[in-house]
Each structure stands twice: as C-alpha cells, then as structure tokens.
Ligand binder design. Structure first.
Ligand SMILES: Cc1ncc(COP(=O)(O)O)c(C=O)c1O
Length: 405
C-alpha cells in the first residue's frame, strides 16, 4: 500500500458499557460555555451553510458546513477554546463560577487589580496562538507564543499584531509544546495548551469544552434536523473529541450520528492509535510536512483520544490532495450554494466527502461509511484562508491536483 492511500479503521462501541464519560460536554455545559462567548462584543453566530446543490450532485440528502472563518474576526474556530479556558482559569482565581463571569467582569478595574497582569504561553501552528493572543490582549494580559519550524509568516504576523511576543522556532509542533511548558515553569507563566497529557488536563478540558459552542450553534441552526453523519478533522484530537462528546451526550450513544475522524497521512497519530488498538497512544515524529498545518500534530490529546476511542466510528488517514480538493469544491459553489473560503485544515473533511462520493475506486469506503441517498452530512470548516499565499496556489493555480490513483 502506498503512503498516499486513504486508509480506514472502523470501531463499533455503541451500546457498550463504561464508555468514557461525556457529561462535561453536554447541552447544559455547552449553554454555559456559549453564554461566556456571547459576553464578548465580537461574538456572533457563524453561518451554517446548506450546500444543497452540491448534495444533489454528490447523491446525498444534504451537506451542511459550519463556516468558522467568521469566528470573532479571527478566521478560525480556535479562539473558542483559548477564550473559554482563560476565562475559566481567571474565574477560578477569583473564586467564582464561570456562570457568573463575563467579558465585562474580567475587564473591570476591580478584577484587573485583584488578578494583576498575567502572561499566558502556548505553542501553535497559528490558529490557537492567535486565539490565546487575542484573548490575553482583550482581557489586559500578556502572551508568549512559540510556533513550529516552517510556520507561515502571515500566521506569525497575525499573532504579533495582537501584542503577543511570538516567534517561529526550529522545533516541530510537539517539541514547541515542550518548550512552552518549560518556559511556563521557569518564568511562572500560565500554559494554555490545546492538547492534554498525563498531569496536564485541566486547561485542555476547558479548551475542549470551549469548542462545543460551534456544535451548540450548529444544532440550533439545524432546527431539529438531525445529521446522519458528522466529519471532523483531527490534529491532536481536542476539537474532534469535544464535538464528538457533545453529540454523544446530546443524542445518546446509540442514536448519535456516524462520526468520522479525518487526518493527513503525514500526521495521523489518532489513526495510528486507533489502528494499533493496544491501550497506548501512538506518535508520529519528524517534520510532518502536510499542507494541513493545523492538523500537523504527532501526539494525541489524552482526553480527546479517550472520547474518540469510545464515541467515534471511523478513523481516516488521507493524502494532502484531498484537502486541496475540499478547498476548491468550497470556493466553487454549484447552483445557488454559497461560497465558503476554507483553508487546508478547514476543508479536509469536505475534501474527504467529495473524494469518497465522486471517486468510483472508493465505493468500498462509501459503503463502509454508509453514505447513501439519505445521508445528511455535517462538516466544520474550521478555518478560512489563514495562509493566503498558499490558498491562492491551491485554489487559483491548482497546486496539489486531484489524484484518482
Ligand atoms: C483550522 C484547524 N482545524 C482543526 C484543527 C485540529 O484541532 P485539534 O488539534 O484539536 O485536533 C486545528 C488545530 O490547530 C486547526 O487549526
């Protein structure tokens, strides 16, 4: 099998006893998370786009895409996690419940005096760091952001523009996380990392809860229509874990939609962990030079994996050209469908759906995923064109052409 092949591992744990608990991500908590997000003046609900012409063309009932490029003017969903975790950390410091803490509370002179100025530190491929820098800036704190080697200069400048001390290191993503952690300990900074490991789970749990706003909004926008399939892209698996847990809590494990996790071949740590199925996490090391920069993570988030192991159905590892396909499909709508500007990591799931439904050589996957004429598909376009130069190379110039292999 060639490295670029599309690979699938299927799990079936529906109805099993003692599945990993998802109550933290249920509707009640999601409501509280959303209330906190709503307290920011920049908050607005992002569009849920119904691509009905595309669905007709692909032979399914509907395709919904949640367009996170509109999130807080930051071109990606990630700020949902950074802001909710920083909010929860500050609430705890104040001895208050997050229910009674809002943006207004946190910028009030009394609170600022009580807490003083803190420094939040993180490692990021771009989107998470921008969310942390934005939140620190809006709440009157400082931020330090480390990026892996090869990070796009545009992403670095976007973070610096928010007042963060940001730099591109010569480390890969996972080593940049270790550097941020070392510096947090050395300088007394607060580490706000969007992945969990043994001994560091409190802040990442808040971050994952923060992501539920996306799913919570989508459910309201669907007005009772239930998706049959949800596709989620994974880097460390925090986003997909949080959203999967939300839907598992909402519908119950037997009735929830079919959940499929999608990763690049070059950074498929969740897929490899699922494939091994030996109770251990499996890492990918090295540069992980996929175009899906947000998914270029080699070490699964512990909480994320625990949720996905017990509540997701399919794990996919796929080549880069499929994400490029998703970007082009979303930027060239059919009929009256709305255009969506989606970056490499954002378009990964639509690219996968497109490839499976269009490529006759993948009929076995279509069948395995139960993608029939009744399928109502929900995808999250988690970012817009966060690297504009690369976006144009792919969408305008046709870099990473489709490969029917
Ligand atoms: C745009 C985008 N989508 C998806 C993800 C994946 O999230 P996670 O690393 O939690 O799996 C990221 C992570 O940075 C991202 O930036």
């Amino acid at each position: 099998m060639r490295e670029e092949d599309i690979k699938l591992v299927h799990y079936d744990k529906r109805g099993e006893k003692n599945l990993y608990p998802v109550a933290h991500f249920g509707k009640e908590n999601a409501f509280k998370v959303n209330a906190f997000h709503r307290s920011f003046p920049e908050y607005s609900v992002t569009p849920l786009v119904s691509l009905s012409s595309l669905a007709r063309d692909f032979g399914v009932a509907n395709i919904f895409v949640k367009d996170e490029s509109y999130r807080f003017g930051l071109n990606a969903f990630k700020v949902l996690g950074g802001s909710f975790s920083i909010g929860s950390y500050l609430a705890e410091k104040l001895g208050m419940d997050i229910d009674s803490v809002s943006y207004e509370t946190l910028i009030s002179p009394e609170v600022q005096k009580k807490i003083g100025q803190l420094t939040f530190v993180t490692a990021t491929d771009g989107n998470h760091g921008r969310g942390v820098a934005w939140t620190a800036n809006r709440l009157g704190h400082k931020s330090v952001v480390y990026m892996p080697k090869g990070s796009a200069p545009e992403r670095l400048e976007n973070i610096r523009a928010l007042g963060a001390e940001a730099s591109i290191t010569d480390l890969n993503y996972d080593d940049a996380v270790r550097l941020a952690n070392q510096h947090a300990e050395k300088y007394g900074w607060v580490m706000v990392q969007d992945t969990a490991w043994e001994g560091y789970e409190k802040i990442p749990l808040w971050i994952m809860m923060g992501y539920t706003t996306m799913a919570y909004e989508a459910v309201q926008q669907l007005k009772g229509e239930k998706p049959t399939h949800i596709f989620l892209q994974a880097g460390v698996g925090a986003l997909s874990g949080g959203v999967t847990a939300f839907f598992a809590a909402l519908f119950g494990d037997k009735d929830r939609p079919i959940i499929t996790i999608v990763e690049p071949n070059k950074a498929d740590c969740i897929y490899r962990t699922a494939e091994a199925d030996d109770g251990k996490l499996h890492f990918v090391t090295g540069d992980m030079d996929t175009i899906m920069a947000g998914l270029a993570c080699g070490e699964p988030c512990t909480i994320g994996w625990n949720i996905l192991r017990d509540h997701a159905d399919n794990f996919i590892s796929m080549p880069d050209y499929i994400a490029a396909e998703g970007m082009r499909v979303l930027s060239n709508p059919l009929g009256a469908d709305q255009r969506i500007i989606s970056g490499e990591s954002g378009a990964a799931t639509v690219g996968f759906v497109s490839e499976v439904l269009r490529n006759p050589q993948l009929a076995h996957l279509k069948k395995a995923l139960k993608l029939d004429a009744d399928a109502k598909i929900l995808c999250f376009s988690t970012e817009g064109d966060t690297d504009k130069e690369n976006y144009r190379k792919i969408v305008w110039d046709g870099l990473y052409p489709r490969n029917e292999g």
